[in-house]
Design a protein around this ligand. Structure first.
Ligand SMILES: [Zn+2]
Length: 622
């Protein structure tokens, strides 16, 4: 199969052809490209909407073009006008197409005189897929409402009309008004000392792709954690968060020593309410993070290493389409491991790697062949679906393989050169491969064949000789688990007192899919897993306890599911319940109570899971 064949030429500048290949955007960047966005928005909590204006600066690529096509989803468009150089405006004709379920509504603007700027007045829908509006009851402090965005993958279009493709980069500035005492933050330079006067201005001077547009507003306090970093969170959370993330400056310095200067100015962190559907989101200058990583012992801060690593892989060098997303996530997971190793030691880094490897080995064989590829054939893969463990864990495994073959010194120099070479560009897998061939594979012959590279990138499954790190700790846990399951080692005699979070995760991950009930009860009696506040451990425990039929764990599992909206930690527990009719009925009750606190993405995922489970049970009943 030929994929993007014209691009395997190793072009050094962003080729226009890269633009035309994003099946998840209506934009026509070979005609006209947005180079700057100016936002003027009001945060309207009572109506759950942002309303105002977006002014797009345009670079017309085709001198004959007469239309500007934008991506939108559920936006109410009030007017579209052209802005001339003197600031004068005149109305433009436009048409909003009926909504496509995945892509939203194409907005076609007639612009026969190819204006320098186009201004769109609009408001978002209360159900915007990229925004979540939380009433005070669903925040930690229960005092003020909260709103936040999650634009990746193709949800920026639900709060700004734009060319919503990662191939297109633009700078932005914004003026945002909000009620007094509410703090607004964005994926731009934020001022920790800004008065809470309801009037905020932001500037992002670097060109970013649309999925990195971000905004949040709420009762948000700030603590400095270093010369260029601060933690933003609700007042009751901010001190705990600042302690957990006290190593942020050290993380930045570690990444800089490997891959060159941090180029974004500040690196601030916003801790969101627990409904945030992901672990973290690498919004430039202001990472958004889940509170589930605040466990008191820094054992889960690798999420922050990951989001920081995106400042190089993803935000600086960006995948040009969702099909290429492993260039963001695989590279970032690799860099994350290097930061973890430098700061917290090889033991923890290897343990995190092994956890991911074992999960991938278990899951990859059950995926459709195209989803097992780092660079899948682009059609038919949803933009959100492309963010799978293959992109993250097979991608980083490939980079660890390269590191092992070429040696750390040469590979580090190569990777630093790659980030410099493609800085501020969006690139395809094939551009990355052309650079890899010239600057690593052919430069040091005899270390890795080109066929092996192609097998990693375009092949299914995991290549046979993929390197796996040693972990004496995990080997010892394998032995203990086996003895415990065989009944020769009582639960209370497990050598688990000193286990860190990763070691508990590993012990639980490799229990049988349906363990014996008596064994799970013994384990819980000895180690009190039911009710744990560590959600990584809790998710794994509840999945196995429910599968074993341990109804005593159900109420605590329900509490976990209601408290946490992070997809990765809550969906598997729903999945465990959905395997039996009783469990499914219980999970549906839990969901009915919890869903108002969930992000639209989490609601969608749980409802899809219920539908599949019901279809399956109906088939069994027939
Ligand atoms: Zn990531």
């Amino acid at each position: 199969m030929r994929l993007y064949p014209a691009l395997v030429l190793g072009a050094l500048v962003l080729p226009l052809a890269a633009f035309a290949n994003d099946p998840h955007s209506y934009a026509q960047p070979d005609q006209v490209v947005v180079t700057h966005l100016d936002l003027d928005l009001k945060v309207d909590f009572p109506h759950k909407q942002l309303d105002g204006r977006a002014t797009l600066t345009l670079d017309w690529k085709n001198p004959q073009a007469t239309t500007l096509v934008l991506d939108t989803r559920d936006l109410k468009i009030a007017s579209v006008e052209a802005v001339d150089a003197g600031g004068g405006t005149h109305a433009l004709k436009y048409a909003l197409a009926p909504a496509d379920k995945e892509l939203g509504s194409k907005l076609t603007i007639q612009a026969p005189r190819r204006p320098h700027e186009v201004r769109i007045a609009y408001a978002t829908s209360p159900d915007a897929s990229g925004l979540q509006w939380l009433p005070p009851a669903q925040t930690a402090d229960k005092k003020a409402p909260f709103m936040f965005s999650q634009s990746e993958s193709i949800h920026a279009r639900s709060w700004v009309p734009l060319q919503d493709s990662p191939a297109i980069r633009f700078t932005y500035d914004a003026h945002v008004t909000a009620p007094k005492d509410i703090r607004v933050v964005m994926s731009a330079l934020n001022d920790a000392k800004h008065p809470l006067d309801g009037d905020f201005r932001f500037d992002q001077p670097h060109p970013i792709p649309s999925y990195l547009l971000a905004i949040a507003a709420g009762d948000i306090a700030v603590r400095e954690t270093g010369p260029r970093s601060a933690v933003y969170a609700e007042p009751s959370v901010v001190d705990k968060a600042a302690r957990e993330f006290a190593d942020t400056e050290k993380m930045i310095e570690t990444a800089e020593s490997l891959y060159g200067p941090y180029r974004w100015g500040r690196y601030d962190l916003l801790v969101l309410p627990p409904s945030f559907p992901y672990g973290g989101m690498e919004n430039p200058d202001m990472t958004f993070a889940t509170p589930t990583i605040i466990v008191g012992d820094k054992s889960l801060v690798s999420v922050i290493s990951h989001e920081l690593a995106h400042s190089w892989s993803g935000n600086l060098v960006t995948s040009a389409a969702w099909r290429d997303i492993w260039l963001n996530e695989g590279f970032t997971t690799y860099v994350q491991g290097r930061i973890t190793e430098a700061l917290y030691g090889k033991r923890q880094a290897d343990e995190e790697t092994l956890l991911a490897i074992r999960a991938l080995q278990k899951g990859i064989g059950t995926m459709p062949a195209n989803s097992q590829r780092l660079a899948p054939e682009p059609r038919g893969v949803g933009a959100d679906d492309s963010l799978s463990s293959v992109a993250y864990d097979k991608g980083s495994w490939f980079l660890r393989t390269l590191e092992q073959r070429f040696g750390r010194k040469d590979f580090d120099a190569y990777l630093k050169g790659y980030f410099d070479h493609f800085a501020w560009h969006s690139i395809t897998t094939e551009q990355m491969l052309a650079y890899l061939r010239a600057n690593l594979i052919d430069k040091y012959p005899g270390k890795m064949g080109w066929d092996e590279v192609k097998d990693w990138v375009y092949g299914t499954g995991i290549p046979k000789d993929a390197p796996i790190p040693d972990s004496p700790q995990f080997d010892a846990i394998d032995k203990e688990r086996a003895a415990f399951l065989a009944g020769t080692l009582p639960a209370a005699k497990l050598d688990a007192k000193g286990w860190n979070t990763q070691e508990w995760m590993y012990f639980l991950d490799r229990l049988p899919d349906v363990p014996k009930l008596a064994r799970m009860q013994q384990l819980d009696a000895a180690w009190h897993l039911t009710g744990t506040r560590n959600a990584e451990i809790g998710m794994r425990w509840y999945v196995h306890a429910i599968a074993a039929g341990d109804k005593a764990a159900w109420p605590a599992a329900a509490e976990h599911m209601s408290r946490i909206g992070r997809l990765y930690l809550t969906l598997p527990v729903y999945g465990a319940f959905a395997k039996t009719p009783d469990g499914l009925a219980y999970a549906e009750q839990v969901y009915a109570r919890a869903k108002d606190g969930y992000h639209p993405l989490t609601r969608q995922a749980v409802e899809r899971l219920f539908a599949r489970a019901k279809a399956k049970q109906d088939r069994i009943a027939e």
